[in-house]
Design a protein around this ligand. Structure first.
Ligand SMILES: NC(=O)c1ccc[n+]([C@@H]2O[C@H](COP(=O)([O-])OP(=O)(O)OC[C@H]3O[C@@H](n4cnc5c(N)ncnc54)[C@H](OP(=O)(O)O)[C@@H]3O)[C@@H](O)[C@H]2O)c1
Length: 328
């Protein structure tokens, strides 16, 4: 059993909720700091809940007083000033600060596969990824200059049953059920690494409190990289529909719906396959146990049981009709 204390900032999100459960199961004393606004994934019994808003450092100081933690795991930092504020809060008060970055920070499109931790960080297409890189830069400097005990973790696409991975979310499922054409970016054959949050959590908790992980960076992804056509087809079959997939260039999709552009051209349009041997060297038990073939059924069952979450975006639906219309 692991020993020690961990403070999660976040803790009830898609990834962090599984990490909280895994940390508790591994014997760590778990404290979660959040605003108490999210209710989809309640905290398990035995986890200490502390109310605070990480964007208001005074509220965090008030909530935590002078407490120290063996590890602080930060899930909701998206800009360098967020990390800078954490340095002011936690420097000298934790043995390890784990920053959740993003695998979308890696060179996009990648010039060679698989992606390793040596792959350069550069994403000209997605501001979210550029901001994560800027956060990492602050931490690398703090480690080099002052020995601040940072560990950088880069998840790639990580999901639980509440999160549909496709462009249109439930709008796609609704189209499948109606037999309407469902738009898939590119030619549907690019490979997409997709990781269940419970698998991610095994590797994540395995590096908490590990001196070998300090000052270093790791991506944590599964080894399961199906094509997008497979992902859409598994979802359709789970919903009891025959998929009617229509392939549309990512650039065309971005021209019609600009807000979809960065996440496609800066991420999902490219085959993304990762070499996970670095984290596996520290956490040999980490492996992929859930593939999307199974997870698609779990996700559709969750949406069936939660009718209020079956939200169709009428404007996006109309845009998909436009994209799917034959042009010749
Ligand atoms: N899922 C993916 O595919 C993926 C891929 C790459 C990187 N990431 C990274 O993973 C992280 C997200 O992880 P997640 O999905 O587990 O979390 P999440 O879904 O973003 O959940 C947010 C959590 O943070 C809390 N929170 C939000 N704002 C807060 C604030 N101002 N102060 C304190 N707590 C706050 C929320 O609770 P309250 O609302 O109650 O405060 C909730 O517990 C992000 O850093 C993201 O960039 C995710």
């Amino acid at each position: 059993m692991a020993q020690g204390s961990v403070l999660f900032i976040g803790g009830t999100g898609i990834i962090s909720s599984a990490c909280v459960r895994q940390a508790q199961a591994s014997g760590l004393a778990v404290t979660v700091l959040n605003r108490g606004e999210s209710s989809t994934r309640p905290l398990p019994d035995g986890v200490e809940s502390v109310r605070g808003d990480i964007r208001s450092p005074d509220s965090v100081r008030e909530a935590l007083g002078g407490r120290e933690f063996d590890t602080v795991a930060e899930f909701v930092a998206f800009a360098p000033e967020h990390v800078q504020a954490d340095l002011e809060l936690f420097e000298g008060r934790t043995g390890q600060y784990v920053f959740i970055s993003s695998a979308s920070a890696y060179q996009t499109p990648p010039s060679r596969l698989p992606i390793t931790e040596s792959t350069p960080l550069r994403n000209p297409f997605w501001q979210y990824s550029r901001d994560k890189i800027a956060c990492e830069d602050v931490l690398v400097e703090a480690y080099r200059e002052r020995g601040f005990p940072a560990t950088i973790v880069r998840p790639s696409h990580t999901y639980d049953r509440t999160a549909l991975p496709t462009m249109g979310g439930f709008t796609d499922i609704d189209r499948m059920l109606r037999g309407a054409p469902v738009v898939v970016h590119g030619d549907g054959t690019s490979l997409w690494t997709i990781t269940h949050n419970t698998d991610f959590a095994v590797a994540f908790v395995g590096i908490l409190g590990r001196p070998e992980a300090v000052g270093d960076s790791f991506h944590i992804t599964g080894d399961h990289a199906p094509t997008w056509d497979q992902i859409y087809t598994w979802l359709a079959r789970a919903a009891g529909a025959e998929p009617n997939l229509v392939h549309v260039a990512s650039e065309t999709i971005a021209a019609i719906r600009p807000e979809l552009g960065p996440g496609l051209i800066g991420d999902k349009a490219h085959s993304m396959v990762f070499d996970n041997s670095k984290v596996k060297a520290l956490v040999p038990e980490f492996r992929t146990t859930v593939t999307y073939a199974d997870a698609a059924r779990e996700t559709i069952a969750w949406f069936d049981a939660h009718p209020k979450q079956q939200v169709v975006d009428a404007e996006l639906d109309a845009a998909f009709d436009r994209m799917a219309a034959p042009v010749w």
